[in-house]
Design a protein around this ligand. Structure first.
Ligand SMILES: O=C(O)CCC(=O)C(=O)O
Length: 283
């Protein structure tokens, strides 16, 4: 069956139809998927009844996989290449460490010196209503800034942390995140290593700009995040079981909306493809 490509929104994204990720793809098939990934920023594959091993094997076609040493509490006990994004309580009934994962606009692993190339998230248990994820196109966010703003932000670096906005930020997970992942400075504008295009690189986990006070930084960070997440730059995904979404962390941001009822199960698993080195430690 030939591969077909259906756009998901005006701004970004495409659904890839006619592939079964349970079998290994030919080089020609993979090349077409890879080209579409670079062009569209996110890819959706529906009805993929695959095993964890097949999820990992397909992800490896895009590059070396992260073993999630910087997020040890959230990884699968038997498959370090898989990160759990789940609200299923831990043994003993404790709240899942990853219940609130992604509920801020971000790009994966921006708080490390090797921010991710891309992530592949597989929907395993999806609430009957909601539990959506939104994505935004950071090329568009950059391209639509004024020349004056582009010039001003070009030399700026922002401080990224692995901490989340949670109801009680003093949890063991958050303390551990700060210990394992000291703050990192990343450029606000990055050049995509494969397309050569400039993209905005910012997010809601950014605490401050380098060499500026929090008071000076906040209005600019808030403006850039608001600009980057204008609805016309976004795609909102309503998950179905057996969906796989692949996104390019170098030119998109995403957020888990958390828009589902208490008591509904939401369980997804993610592989994370390693990217190229970027940024530096502050201390
Ligand atoms: O759960 C989601 O919808 C997104 C999860 C997320 O933000 C991530 O895996 O980085």
């Amino acid at each position: 069956m030939p591969i077909t490509v259906r756009p998901l929104s005006h701004a970004l994204g495409a659904e890839i139809q006619g592939v079964d990720l349970a079998r290994s793809l030919s080089n020609a098939e993979f090349d077409q998927i890879h080209r579409t990934f670079l062009e569209k920023g996110i890819l959706l594959f529906r009805d993929q009844k695959i095993t964890r091993e097949q999820h990992i094997a397909f992800s490896r076609r895009f590059g070396e996989l992260d073993r999630h040493d910087s997020l040890p509490r959230d990884r699968h006990p038997d498959h370090p290449e898989l990160l759990l994004v789940t609200n299923v309580p831990e043994e003993g009934g404790k709240e899942s460490a990853s219940k609130y994962t992604g509920q801020q606009w971000h790009s994966d692993m921006s708080f490390t010196l090797e921010p991710s190339l891309g992530s592949l998230l597989r929907g395993i248990a999806i609430p009957p209503v909601g539990g959506d994820t939104m994505f935004t196109n950071m090329y568009l966010a950059y391209d639509t800034l004024s020349d004056g703003m582009k010039k001003m932000i070009e030399p700026l670096y922002a401080i990224h942390t692995g901490r989340r906005k949670v109801t009680d930020p003093n949890t063991a997970r958050e303390r551990e995140q700060t210990r394992i992942n000291p703050p990192i400075a990343q450029p606000i504008v990055r050049v995509h290593p494969e397309t050569g295009r400039k993209a905005l690189y910012i997010g809601e986990k950014v605490s401050c700009l380098v060499d500026m006070t929090p008071e000076e930084s906040k209005p600019l960070i808030d403006y850039l995040v608001k600009h980057a997440t204008r609805p016309q730059f976004c795609y909102r995904h309503q998950w179905k079981q057996d969906d796989i979404i692949l996104w390019d962390n170098r030119c998109t941001m995403h957020i888990a909306l958390g828009d589902y009822a208490d008591g509904e199960t939401r369980h997804l698993e993610r592989t994370t493809v390693k990217g190229t080195p970027s940024g530096y430690y502050l201390q």
